[in-house]
Design a protein around this ligand. Structure first.
Ligand code: GLN
Length: 191
């Protein structure tokens, strides 16, 4: 199994460390060619406007869209989710997402006083207690399409969901010290 982490900007090292801790090697993906050899991909948190810009200037935008459409198992966290979304609210005008996950997300939607917070989440399919959700200038998922399965909610809003092989969260499982979401995602990607 060959996993990759999009490494244009943001918290890609943290995802690599989680993958290593789970016994997987992971390459840092910076070119369209590297996408071709992958069995699973992680899109990190960071700054979605910068990442979108770098995807376009590096010529990767269309290749990445195709790879996700063709079923490359992908987990996007926070800004990574914003990249995957069909519709982004409060984005920059030139911020064109990949448009593969049938959700509408609003950037930085928790407002200033709750820019960052932690919450214990009940995650569907994860046995044994709650998952520590770390939210950092997180987006809110305001709409989910019919093919999207919500796996966890916070305050009545979806915070972890999947659409087939695409998984996405508004929080950061890669910095919580809990490996179970990555583990569940990779287990399915391996099949
Ligand atoms: N607010 C950031 C954005 O819009 C996302 C924050 C994050 O990834 N932690 O891209």
């Amino acid at each position: 199994m060959k996993a990759g982490v999009l490494a244009l900007q943001g918290a890609f090292r943290e995802h690599r460390e989680v993958l290593h801790a789970l016994g997987f090697d992971a390459i840092e993906v910076r070119t369209a060619k590297q996408l071709l050899s992958l069995d699973a991909l992680l899109l990190p948190g960071g700054e979605s406007t910068t990442m979108t810009h770098l995807l376009r200037t590096s010529g990767m935008h269309a290749h990445l869209t195709d790879a996700l459409r063709d079923g490359l198992p992908t987990l996007g966290t926070c800004a990574g989710l914003i990249l995957m979304a069909k519709e982004v609210l409060d984005g920059r005008e030139d911020q064109i997402p990949l448009g593969v996950a049938d959700v509408t997300v609003r950037r930085n939607a928790y407002g200033r006083q709750r820019d960052s917070f932690e919450a214990n989440l009940s995650v569907k399919g994860l046995l044994g207690g709650t998952f520590p959700g770390v939210f950092i200038r997180a987006p809110v998922i305001e709409r989910v399409g019919p093919m999207v399965e919500v796996l966890a909610e916070h305050d009545g809003l979806p915070v972890l969901a999947r659409q087939g092989s695409l998984w996405f969260s508004t929080f950061h499982p890669e910095i919580s010290g809990d490996l179970r979401i990555h583990e569940a995602f990779l287990k399915e990607a391996e099949v």
